[in-house]
Design a protein around this ligand. Structure first.
Ligand code: GLC
Length: 559
């Protein structure tokens, strides 16, 4: 019983339906014997998938990627939307995207190990956009996996794992052992003909922000790699097992907490500067939940792993209850909060966190549709951040942190508030924007985060892949299609900007980089997933029946 071969890590198969693609169930984990499944793909299947992968490899400039083994994740034959038109006559935007993505490859001692954040030669300031960011590499990695090129992903996972082992300090303060870097860079010394890696764990980052999301993305990506390739040997290595445990150790340790959510400072995730997301940001909670479930699928129940497995299971129960109960907002719940009494003491309190109804911002009452709902940005004593955050809500759907009803309600809300959340460019990172006094207080007068720009209500094309995945999972591919069509009309023409500005996302962002890698990769991943929805299994987890949804009716659940 020390293999990790089952538990939702079956290779994505063309035969299985979307709902069967993952069935990671806590009860199965603990009780049932693990079944070895045949992960070898037939030659036919592989060659067919390579055929249908079409474009990229052939059109690419010498990429030096060793493609000799690429079982890929593509299932080809039985996929509903794998049309010959798309495969043999690739969309010109897709061709350009692959070309541009390959130009971002970073090599270390002859091996591709990642992609830089942006290749904007016109931009005067490079800042740290020439680095390989862990979070930015995720869509690149998925694109390569979907295209049957797993080696770069494996190299990346191993290199970052190695970096995790470094001793890291900010001034005189030593950081936790399991911290994964925000980004890294390869330094070339042409004279000595040497290459070395330099990593940033937050000690050089603007604002010295902690990359809490990096470790979670690393675990999620390790599972995606395993699921896509059927190569279980990587996740099973003692080094990877230790890497997972170290990351978890940082977030499962006991302290003064009264909530199962993870307490973070501002700038701890994709929004990596002050934006009032400190506390218990939804992005981190959703990634935390997903990483816990992925880790559970990969940890071996050996002497060291067993204890972690137990801790994970307990935390998942508490976390899903807390999130589904206290972060969830729909019309009915908003009405409940609106009528809250305050100063309630003891276990009978309804308003547990003593939220003052006067603190509900005016915009929510208009924004909330009769049918639909979402996980709000943050919940802590007397503080509910009612803003909508795209990444957290999409990851909540993908990880099944959201119950099936809640997932449907999130999609209902996106449809009902299309103009606000998508407008002319998918997808708003957060809604609404902070303005005036609130902007001054929350962002510290940040000129990059003015209203409807950058993290403050800007529109980020990278989020398209997450929206598409959520759409496919909830059975609404037509929404994804609409969003991709919108993006397709602008992205290439505008030079793959990092973000767009304005209430409708019409303007290329004030300080947006061009040729931003994750805008390119996010688009490709969205395209490939829509064409072959079986790719979804790499990045999605089915509902765990053991994590019971709360028995509480709300308007959007019944409709
Ligand atoms: C910006 C983004 C951050 C991203 C980085 C590199 O700082 O806010 O999320 O990782 O750029 O693209």
């Amino acid at each position: 019983m020390d293999s990790i071969r089952d538990f939702g890590l079956r290779n994505v198969s063309s035969q299985c339906s979307l709902s069967e693609m993952d069935d990671n169930d806590l009860s199965r984990l603990l009780d049932k014997p693990r079944i070895n499944i045949d992960r070898k793909r037939s030659f036919d299947e592989r060659s067919f998938s390579e055929l249908f992968n079409g474009i990229p490899r052939q059109l690419a400039p010498e990429s030096n990627i060793d493609c000799s083994y690429s079982s890929g994740g593509r299932s080809g034959l039985a996929t509903p939307a794998s049309s010959a038109r798309n495969s043999f006559e690739p969309h010109p935007v897709v061709v350009d995207a692959w070309d541009s993505l390959r130009r971002t490859l970073v090599y270390f001692r002859g091996q591709p190990v990642g992609t830089v954040a942006a290749c904007d030669h016109a931009s005067e300031e490079v800042l740290n956009y020439d680095q390989v960011f862990v979070r930015d590499f995720v869509p690149s990695a998925l694109a390569f996996l979907m295209n049957g090129e797993p080696d770069i992903v494996k190299n990346f996972l191993l290199k970052t794992l190695h970096l995790q082992g470094w001793e890291k300090r900010v001034d005189r303060f030593k950081l936790g052992e399991g911290v994964m870097p925000a980004s890294f860079k390869v330094l070339h010394d042409p004279a000595r003909k040497t290459e070395t890696l330099v990593a940033d764990f937050g000690e050089s980052a603007i604002g010295r922000v902690a990359p809490v999301d990096s470790g979670f993305w690393w675990i999620i990506l390790l599972r995606a790699y395993t699921k896509s390739t059927g190569d279980f040997s990587l996740a099973e290595t003692p080094d990877c097992q230790r890497g997972i445990r170290l990351i978890l150790n940082l977030c499962l340790s006991e302290g003064f907490d009264t909530f199962p959510t993870l307490l973070c400072a501002d700038g701890c995730c994709m929004i990596d500067r002050r934006m009032g997301v400190y506390g218990y940001p939804i992005e981190i909670q959703a990634l935390f939940f997903m990483a816990l479930r992925c880790a559970l699928a990969m940890l071996k129940p050996d002497a060291e792993g067993k204890e972690f497995i137990e801790r994970i299971i307990k935390r998942l129960h508490a976390l899903s209850y807390h999130m589904r109960t206290y972060f969830w907002l729909d019309f009915q719940q908003l009405n409940v909060i609106y009528r809250y009494k305050t100063e309630e003491y003891s276990h009978t309190a309804v308003n547990k966190f003593n939220v003052i109804p006067d603190s509900i911002p005016e915009w929510v009452f208009d924004f909330m549709p009769t049918v639909g709902g979402y996980f709000i940005g943050n919940v802590s004593p007397a503080r509910m951040d009612f803003r909508w955050f795209a990444l957290g809500n999409c990851v909540a759907i993908l990880s099944s942190l959201a119950t099936p009803e809640q997932s449907m309600a999130i999609m209902d809300l996106i449809e009902a508030r299309w103009e606000e959340l998508v407008g002319e460019m998918p997808l708003k990172i957060a809604y609404p924007a902070l303005e005036s006094h609130e902007w001054r207080i929350m962002t510290g007068c940040d000129p990059k985060n003015t209203r409807w720009s950058y993290h403050n209500g800007g529109s980020w094309p990278v989020l398209l892949w997450l929206l598409t995945a959520a759409c496919i999972k909830t059975g609404r591919p037509q929404i994804a299609r609409k969003a991709i069509d919108l993006a397709e009309t602008r992205l290439l023409k505008d030079g793959w900007p990092e973000y767009y500005d304005g209430k409708l996302g019409r303007f290329i962002g004030k300080q947006a980089r061009k040729y931003q890698t994750w805008s390119i990769a996010g688009y490709l991943v969205a395209k490939m997933m829509l064409e072959d929805p079986s790719h979804l299994g790499m990045i999605s987890l089915e509902e765990d029946k053991q994590l019971k949804p709360m028995i509480r009716r709300s308007s959007s659940w019944t409709c």
